[in-house]
Ligand binder design. Structure first.
Ligand code: ADP
Length: 476
């Protein structure tokens, strides 16, 4: 006793109107919303449901008459206020299971709902407009910044081409480097605002894939050597010579991932691996993996990585610099290429960034690749011995150390590691079997490594697999 009505009925505070009435149609409970909307004080409880919804409930001698089906879906009804003005509602009337002979009406003001909907739409449009204005402003400002930066850079370069004393030259070199860094930031912000505004267009054309990779490598190798880091690049033989894609943007993603790997690794090595993972007519999917042995990333921080302006923590930006835009741009570019970017990492145990991208190949190349795949699936489904028509082919592929054997071994190993990267251990074991067959008769050093790799795969030990794999690939 003594408890307030709102405690007894939590529905008192519900946002929809709630009215309860008995078999005679007499209303005996209303919540605050119902009283407010219908503009009654506490006198609504003496009314009949037919007073509120006269077109749905006719007051009769027995109480009320209605054609309404109780417990069904929402009905459109008209609610009358105390002053006889009305408004449309969406209502549902149910027969209470807990309280005998009780009907519960739940109703919502349709006009208010529509009004709210319109208001939300308007707020959304205003937010979109504000974001557009902001993006355009950022794009304009960054564009304007480019001119003075390039002006400084041009003049510095000119001064550097003249004879200057050592102290001045040192200063000029610093200005030159700062301008370069500033240009990188400006370009990142420009790309970012274009991507955000949906105005970014890829420019695919045919290019020599391995030359692009060599160019990328050349941009980082000096710094890597300076830091004493090893760099290993593996391109699966199944990746064609030429591809049709946006060379600049594929390079940009790789540059970003390699610069990060370099920035966050003090000891060990960086590897870049590229595979062809799928083909549909003249489109192929390339799969890139950039691994490092650096500071790694905490599990909790991994989700934040691809968001814009996100760095793992403030101390990172103090120590290593950067704007936190790089990975977000990479993610958006990869998505424009129909792919996905992911990270596998553990604090202090290095990081593994991978991404896929769909690119084109010429018609002839597509036919050649499909032919290669057919041959290979023949090899793996029938075992190595069934390869080709002539016995000589078979012997060559099997005989350890021959050119064919070597090529096939490398191809199988690439596939194996790809399966491991994708955590498809079952398939990895299948390729392992082929590797074992292909290394029959190999020197002991290799056979032992093969066995160790096999064991690591059976144990699904990722770290061990990748270290054994790297050893093996160096030797075969
Ligand atoms: P930034 O331009 O600041 O480097 P990115 O978007 O490229 O921005 O990277 C965001 C953050 O992700 C970095 O500040 C760093 O905390 C983390 N990160 C990226 N790559 C690596 C890596 N290879 N190892 C460790 N942390 C990384």
């Amino acid at each position: 006793m003594g408890r307030k009505e709102s405690e007894i009925f939590p529905i008192e505070k519900a946002l929809e109107m709630i009215l309860m009435f008995d078999q005679k149609g007499k209303i005996f409970y209303t919540n605050a919303t119902a009283r407010e909307k219908l503009e009654y004080e506490n006198d609504l409880c003496d009314k009949n449901i037919g007073d509120v919804f006269p077109s749905t409930f006719k007051i009769s001698q027995d109480g009320f008459e209605t054609e309404l089906v109780f417990n069904s879906q929402l009905e459109n009804m008209v609610a009358y206020r105390k002053n006889n003005t009305c408004f449309p509602v969406e209502a549902k009337i149910v027969v209470s299971e807990e309280m005998p002979e009780t009907y519960i009406c739940m109703a919502n003001d349709i006009l208010e709902k529509e009004f709210l909907g319109r208001e939300i739409e308007q707020v959304k449009q205003e937010a979109q407009q504000a974001a557009k204005v902001k993006s355009e402003f950022v794009a304009n400002v960054t564009h304007e910044l480019r001119t003075p930066v390039n002006g400084i850079l041009g003049n510095v370069k000119e001064l550097l081409s003249e004879e200057v004393d050592q102290r001045v030259e040192k200063g000029l070199r610093i200005i030159e480097r700062c301008c370069g860094d500033m240009n990188k930031i400006i370009n990142n912000i420009l790309d970012f605002s274009k991507l955000e505004a949906g105005k970014f267009i890829l420019e695919p054309r045919k290019f020599h894939f391995r030359s692009m990779l060599d160019y990328i490598k050349a941009q980082h190798i000096n710094k890597m050597t300076e830091k004493g880091l090893g760099f290993f690049m593996t391109v699966s033989p199944q990746v064609p010579e030429y591809i049709i894609g946006d060379e600049l943007r594929i390079g940009q993603i790789l540059n970003n991932l390699l610069s990060n790997a370099l920035k966050f690794t003090a000891l060990g090595k960086i590897t870049l691996e590229i595979f062809r993972t799928a083909q549909v007519n003249d489109k192929i999917e390339l799969f890139f993996i950039v691994s490092d042995t650096g500071i790694g990333i905490d599990k909790a921080d991994k989700d934040k990585l691809f968001q814009s302006f996100s760095q793992v923590d403030a101390s990172i930006s103090r120590k290593y610099g950067g704007t936190g835009l790089g990975l977000n741009i990479c993610k958006q570019l990869v998505e424009l290429m129909g792919g996905r970017i992911e990270v596998e990492s553990e604090k202090n145990r290095g990081s593994n960034f991978s991404f896929s991208a769909w690119v084109g190949v010429t018609e002839e190349e597509a036919a050649l690749l499909q032919e290669d795949d057919r041959k290979e699936s023949f090899v793996s489904s029938f075992g190595i011995g069934a390869f080709g028509n002539g016995a000589e082919d078979t012997a060559n592929v099997r005989e350890y150390g021959t050119k064919e054997n070597q090529e096939n071994l490398k191809r199988t190993l690439s596939k194996l590691i790809l399966c491991v990267e994708m955590e498809n251990w079952e398939k990895a074991e299948m390729f392992m079997e082929t590797v074992k067959q292909l290394t029959e008769g190999a020197p002991r050093e290799i056979s032992r490594l093969v066995l160790r790799l096999k064991m690591a795969i059976q144990k699904e030990n990722y770290d061990k697999v990748s270290s054994e794999y790297k050893e093996l690939i160096k030797l075969v």
